[in-house]
Design a protein around this ligand. Sequence first.
Ligand code: NAP
Length: 325
Amino acid sequence: MESDLVKPRILVTRRWPEAVEQELAKVYDVTFNASDTPLDQQTLAAAMGEYDVLAPTVSDRIDADVIKAGDRVKLIANYGVGFDHIALDAAHERGIAVTNTPGVLTDSTADLTMALLLMAVRRGGEGERELRSGQWTGWRPTHMLGTSLHGKVLGLVGFGRIGQATACRARAFGMKIAYYGRHPVSHKTACDLDAHYYSDFHKLLRAAHVVSLHVPGGAETRHMIDAAAIQSMRKGAYLVNTARGEVVDHDALAEALRNGHLSGAGLDVYPEEPQIPEALLGLENVVLLPHLGSATHEAREAMGRKVIANIHAWTKGQHLPDQVA
Ligand code: NAP
């Protein structure tokens, strides 16, 4: 059995579900963040010289300054599938491997996407606010009418794991599926669905009654949904974003929600979390959730197990199952 002296030192930056924290602690010398307060840049930078493995999340900014601040960390095992908060080039330059947790949060995030989509088209947030504020006067034929999904086109931007899982669910609601990506998906898709591929982003936007975003964050996708993209969307369309906040220009979105070009939106992610763009807060026709995509007991435990599997592989010098850099 390994002695404590040779156990790799690991920093887990935020609280994980207890079961997976315990699994990790059984094998390694782990520092947990008991208070769950986000670590500042200085603490993260110091950690680069004190630990062998850093296990951050989307709420940490692992930028080039942090990465270059110390030379002990050799693995950044991210808890989450998105890795746009980690400077991959700087990690690569320093010989630091980076892993993520793909697949195990796909279903939960697709479920949440459908929840947001339904809340947006059926005015769920608005209805709940009306009822809780004592303003509801009872059933009537013209009260708070929304839009039916049957026969409508769902336009997916990014047709990877979560995009496809969302499409499978939307099909059960009678929606037609279209998608935009850098190339058509040639392999058999999830739930064997046929989906119409658009190589032209703006044509997809024009075709869709609901646009749902499933691309990664980062420089390439920043403000993909800007004023011009919104203008290409049908009048009265809806936008759903469970990808990354920076994919959307929120000023342009707020303007389109205000002037009626878009009927509604459902958002789970924001560019400067936990701040919410001020322009959106006063609008009735946007549903705002606090980054809940993967927030199920099942997904969050499975994500912890994926991180652990990557750390195990790294300590044994094996191929890393989920290496992104
Ligand atoms: P994925 O399987 O890698 O899918 C991403 C898709 O986007 C791929 O089909 C990829 O196609 C496409 N893509 C990448 N860059 C593109 C670009 N510039 N233009 C058009 N398409 C592009 O990832 P996933 O597991 O579905 O996750 C997607 C994202 O969801 C994550 O990166 C994360 O940011 C976000 N997410 C959010 C939550 C939440 O809590 N709200 C939870 C999980 C994930 P290629 O083949 O061309 O690369």
